[in-house]
Design a protein around this ligand. Structure first.
Ligand SMILES: [Mg+2]
Length: 248
């Protein structure tokens, strides 16, 4: 039974600065939701960033939505499932809803002594891991950082790109590490469909995909771009829920 909800705030420094087309992060502010039960506690972590750039949601907005709108909906018999149904009238705010849902689900599964993997139907105990590499100060730095990650055992590399730091960067990594490296790029919405001819230069590098090349609401632009380039397009910022993912 749900006895209480606690909100925990914190912050951590990143191991190294993480530069994307949005800017450079050196630390991360954190919000955790703790669902306190009779014997166990469940935890949910909010994924929102400090500023509304990756998403329109941001941490202080999530603190407000969670504490003023979502927590008051909870009852002693709340579950992850009935919470999501109860929270349906609240528009959007998926990151806020997700951290409360995760805390409730974690509490339920701990009470039932079921792992999240078993609950989700996982059939494997490990998966090959990829790494996301931020924009570096130089191509030599990028090669060194990618090499270090590969030495650590990562088998797939995602390079952050932005206008002015894209084609040559991919060319250099392909040249250094060969055609077999599983390689993809993430533009974090930094281009427009007018850049199609420029982005077409990526086709020769046999990338797994280009992630979110255009603004999140420009679905028509992504369709047009997909007609002009061969590299598969992956949506990220555009996907806010399972339902929107299915609709796309
Ligand atoms: Mg992304």
């Amino acid at each position: 039974m749900l006895r209480a909800i606690e909100l925990w705030r914190g912050g951590i420094d990143l191991v190294s600065p993480f530069r994307t087309s949005f800017g450079t992060d050196t630390s991360r502010e954190l919000l955790y939701v703790c669902a306190v039960g009779d014997e166990n506690s469940g935890w949910g972590e909010c994924v929102a960033g400090t500023e509304p750039n990756y998403s329109s949601e941001y941490l202080e907005n999530c603190v407000d939505v969670v504490s003023r709108f979502l927590v008051p909906m909870l009852q002693h018999d709340s579950t992850a499932q009935n919470f999501i149904e109860a929270a349906a009238p609240i528009r959007g705010n998926y990151m806020s809803k997700a951290c409360v849902e995760a805390a409730l689900l974690d509490l339920q599964l701990r009470d039932q002594k079921i792992s999240l993997a078993k609950f989700l139907g996982a059939t494997r105990t490990s998966v090959p891991s990829g790494v996301s590499v931020g924009i570096q100060n130089s191509l030599d730095d990028l090669v060194r950082v990618v090499g270090e990650y590969l030495a650590q055992g990562y088998v797939r590399v995602k390079l952050k790109i932005e206008p002015g730091s894209d084609i040559e960067l991919v060319r250099r990594v392909r040249k250094e590490f060969g055609g077999d490296l599983l390689l993809q790029v993430d533009a974090n919405a930094a281009y427009t469909v007018a850049d199609a001819t420029h982005l077409k230069q990526l086709d020769e590098f046999n990338l797994l995909l280009i992630e979110q090349p255009l603004p999140e609401d420009d679905l028509a632009g992504h369709v047009e771009l997909s007609r002009q380039i061969k590299t598969p397009i992956c949506l990220d910022e555009s996907i806010t829920s399972f339902d929107t993912a299915r609709a796309h």
